[in-house]
Design a protein around this ligand. Structure first.
Ligand code: SAH
Ligand code: SF4
Ligand code: F3S
Length: 551
């Protein structure tokens, strides 16, 4: 029966597949073995009943059983080298890939020359990010010592698709988009048999909730936990909604289970990850109560349809922060357009939720914000900042900015500089605008700011935020900070470094004192640059003890 459905489905795929390819060898038993295996439409499981999906057939090995035997799916000790580019989501996705491959009998190597497969997790956010990947692929080709597979995963795989396989030079043999990592054993097996293979299907429901991520450094005291995938915001400049698909939230129970597991492994800081964490909505069945309905900050309206029902981000944050009150919780990123009031109050109440909020502004000019489709004005953004500051006096803000967006005039750029001055961020990520094909800006706007102007504005924004952070960090000299020690500092054997609650790096000279990774250490700040601070060891402490001493 499955074979028959599969055959019918193959006809459908023929019609609906990516324009650049014409068939899907893996789903069609009647096709002769192709040198190109491309899966780019819906999978067979789209046509199966929901009960099959719940049994995790989607995005399924079931689609492929007719072609690759279970034996062939196994890694059998083959060595894979995993390299990650891009954002924290990619770091976390590579942990999922590592988990899936190890479970399938692969072993990891750090030595490129002995790898049977090199997997690269990629980013498409700016042209430069993709340029780096092309260079990496060429480097791998030049240094190839043995027969091996090169696989491109992640956002660039999703955006560039089969062009990665067909570009002259045979630079890569496997392409896997962000929702098809369960299919990697099959794709790698196909490649071993000489077939180039691709799966770039996006899913409405894949959250990898049941996959256990394996961190690159299992002893690290900090970890990322993905709470949602995709993005529905469609900011006009951004490629992410196209590379990562529709927004979907991971069930709260699986998040709490993972946080507990990490706590048991000794992790002291969790960062909850999502493209827009305040849209988190878990509508699955759960024993965890729904919590309160999130209300937006007064006077702050949204142009987007407000999501409602299910368990909100505030409910999730409440539960995660109660797993262990000695574990620091951070999250990134909330979107300013719909920042819930209950999240602000929770941060204030809970000692272990860090008072640091990444609140990407992108621009300080109303015209540019409108053109970006951000859903807020400079004033509403500032009123949100003020409201949060009034509620949480010691909160620190970080942000993202884009310089030289379509139509950005000099005056608009000055407005962004003035927003930076007004908010006094503790760190900013600043990017020169890079037009991405397929985005709304690409279709509707003109990339009219000359490259040299973009780079001058980028430089001015960077210089200003560094001046501000230097001033803020210097103002802390002489005060005490609670630092979670993350590792040894590069500057010397005797120096450890970690972060304050506000996320600033502090290097601490440990002299004769015993400081371990994962300790909370009280440090007296003795010096500062725009990037970090240095401090003297005062004592080993804990979140509870430090809070008690402060009050
Ligand atoms: N979801 C996250 C952002 C992820 S992308 C959020 O909204 O916070 C990270 C940052 O890359 C964005 O905040 C934006 O500042 C920048 N960015 C996105 N697309 C870009 C482009 N086309 N050119 C330059 N920078 C871009
Ligand atoms: Fe991109 Fe906007 Fe979504 Fe962030 S919120 S990922 S900037 S579309
Ligand atoms: Fe991240 Fe880059 Fe994709 S920023 S979401 S890896 S495009």
């Amino acid at each position: 029966m499955l074979r028959r459905n599969t055959r019918l489905f193959a006809t459908f795929i023929k019609l609906s597949a990516d324009r650049t390819c014409c068939h899907n060898a893996a789903t069609s038993p009647v096709q002769p073995k192709s040198k190109l295996d491309i899966k780019d439409g819906p999978g067979l499981s789209h046509f199966l009943k929901d009960s099959h999906r719940k049994n995790k057939i989607f995005p399924a090995h079931a689609d492929t059983h007719a072609y690759i035997s279970t034996e062939e799916l196994k890694g059998d000790g083959k060595k894979v080298m995993l390299t990650t580019f891009g954002c924290q989501m990619n770091v976390n996705d590579m942990e999922l890939v590592r988990g899936l491959l190890l479970e399938n009998g692969y072993v990891e190597t750090k030595d490129e020359s002995e790898a049977d497969a090199v997997l690269i997790m990629t980013c498409s956010i700016r042209d430069g990010a993709e340029e780096k990947i092309w260079n990496r692929l060429k480097h791998l080709k030049r240094n190839q010592r043995k027969q091996r597979t090169v696989a491109v995963l992640g956002c660039m795989a999703e955006r560039v698709k089969s062009t990665l396989l067909t570009t002259p030079g045979n630079l890569c043999q496997v392409v896997a988009g962000p929702d098809s990592y369960r299919d990697l054993p099959r794709l790698l097996a196909l490649s071993r048999s000489g077939t180039k293979a691709m799966n770039v299907q996006l899913s409405f429901e894949e959250t990898y909730a049941d996959v256990t991520p394996v961190r690159v450094d299992a002893s690290s005291k900090t970890a990322f936990v993905s709470i949602m995938r995709g993005c529905d915001n469609m900011c006009t400049y951004c490629i992410v909604p196209f590379t990562r698909g529709r927004e979907r939230s991971r069930p709260i129970d699986s998040i709490i289970d993972e946080v507990r597991r990490l706590r048991d492994e000794g992790v002291k800081q969790i960062t909850l990850l999502g493209q827009n964490v305040n849209s988190y909505r878990d509508t699955s069945e759960s024993s965890i109560s729904l919590g309160v309905h999130s209300k937006m900050v007064d006077g702050f309206s949204t142009v987007y349809g407000q999501k409602s029902g299910g368990r909100s981000f505030a409910t999730l944050l409440d539960h995660v922060s109660r797993v262990d009150d000695e574990m620091r919780i951070r999250f990134t990123s909330p979107h300013p357009k719909d920042f819930p009031n209950d999240v602000i109050h929770l941060i204030k109440q809970r000692n272990n939720i860090c008072n640091q909020i990444h609140l990407p502004a992108q621009s300080g000019d109303d015209g540019v914000l409108e053109a970006m489709g951000r859903g807020y004005t400079r004033d509403t953004y500032l009123s949100l900042v003020n409201h949060i500051r009034n509620t949480i006096p010691h909160v620190s803000f970080t942000s993202d900015f884009i310089g030289g967006f379509c139509g950005e005039r000099e005056e608009a750029h000055q407005n962004t500089l003035s927003l930076m001055r007004q908010v006094e961020y503790s760190y900013c990520f600043v990017f020169p605008y890079s037009m991405r094909e397929g985005t709304r800006a690409h279709r509707k706007l003109v990339d009219d700011v000359p490259e040299e102007v973009k780079s001058r504005r980028h430089k001015e924004l960077t210089t200003l935020f560094r001046e501000i952070t230097l001033k803020k960090n210097l103002s802390r000299v002489g005060t005490k900070e609670l630092v979670l020690i993350e590792g040894r500092a590069k500057r010397g054997e005797n120096c450890m470094s970690g972060r304050t609650d506000g996320g600033i790096v502090v290097h601490i000279d440990r002299e004769e004192k015993k400081i371990d990774i994962g300790d909370y250490v009280v440090a007296k700040i003795t010096g500062a640059t725009s990037q970090s601070m240095s401090g003297e060891f005062v004592s080993v402490s804990s979140l509870r003890e430090y809070e008690h001493d402060l009050n």
